[in-house]
Write a protein that binds this ligand. Sequence first.
Ligand SMILES: C[S@@+](CC[C@H](N)C(=O)[O-])C[C@H]1O[C@@H](n2cnc3c(N)ncnc32)[C@H](O)[C@@H]1O
Length: 271
Amino acid sequence: MLPNPFLDPTLVHGDLYRTGDRLAERTRALRDAKVAGRDATAVITDLLAQRTSPDAMVLDIGCGRGTTTLRIAARLRPRRLVAVDASVALLDIVRTRLAEAGGNGSVVAADFHRLPMPDAVADAAVAAFCLYHSTTPAAVIAEIARCLRPGGSAVLATKSLDSYAELDQLPQLAGIDRDATRRPSLYESFHSANLLDIAGTHLTVLDVLHEDHVFEFADVAHLARYLATTPKYRLDPDCLPDNLAAILRQRLPAPPYLARSTVSYALAERP
Ligand SMILES: C[S@@+](CC[C@H](N)C(=O)[O-])C[C@H]1O[C@@H](n2cnc3c(N)ncnc32)[C@H](O)[C@@H]1O
């Protein structure tokens, strides 16, 4: 079995999130290609809003660049909002974005397997698109449950195992990553099909939502932005970054290139 970069601690705590650039560029490439599927931060915040009052203390675990954090700050205006991530560089971005948006929130650098918070401190917690970086996501769910008060809410979000798999054949076809279709899914440890079971280890799951997202890459330059920032691929270094679009244009069938992903959300509570 080929290795999974999303489960390689050296990469996850190194190159992948050493700055916010790669995450921002990949997120932008996907957002610009999306032709169906709701904005995930809006869905997460709507789910949270069903069960969270303005005097709540809310944790955003694995907050990344803080896109969900900002949305929670603006929409729910919680009494306390703490964004947690292992990447200090990303937390700097979150702090700046929160300050620019006038949102009240703070950041904490921590590993989500050992949250530096007392028991039962939080009314609600979000863990969006991050638990697939753990080989033991149930252990992170246990930590989240420990930090929630009894009856406190959690919103967990992830993607399906087959997300964007249609695109794997393209670098292979172009001869710039011959193993692309043999690599494991980036989401193999925590995905749409095991979300319910893993969340249910330490939380009571109230609802699970699955939503189909569809992506259309209308030109090779756009596809190149996605391929170059997706850690699944080991693209031939000779073609990066400037030559990639030209190589794809020569070697691939004409666009558009289509892909799909199921985005899944669980709403749960601490028993
Ligand atoms: C795809 S980003 C998450 C994006 C963000 N939650 C959002 O919805 O916009 C995954 C994040 O998980 C963080 N992460 C990975 N392993 C972690 C760990 N062991 N502890 C804390 N954060 C971790 C990474 O640093 C990264 O910021």
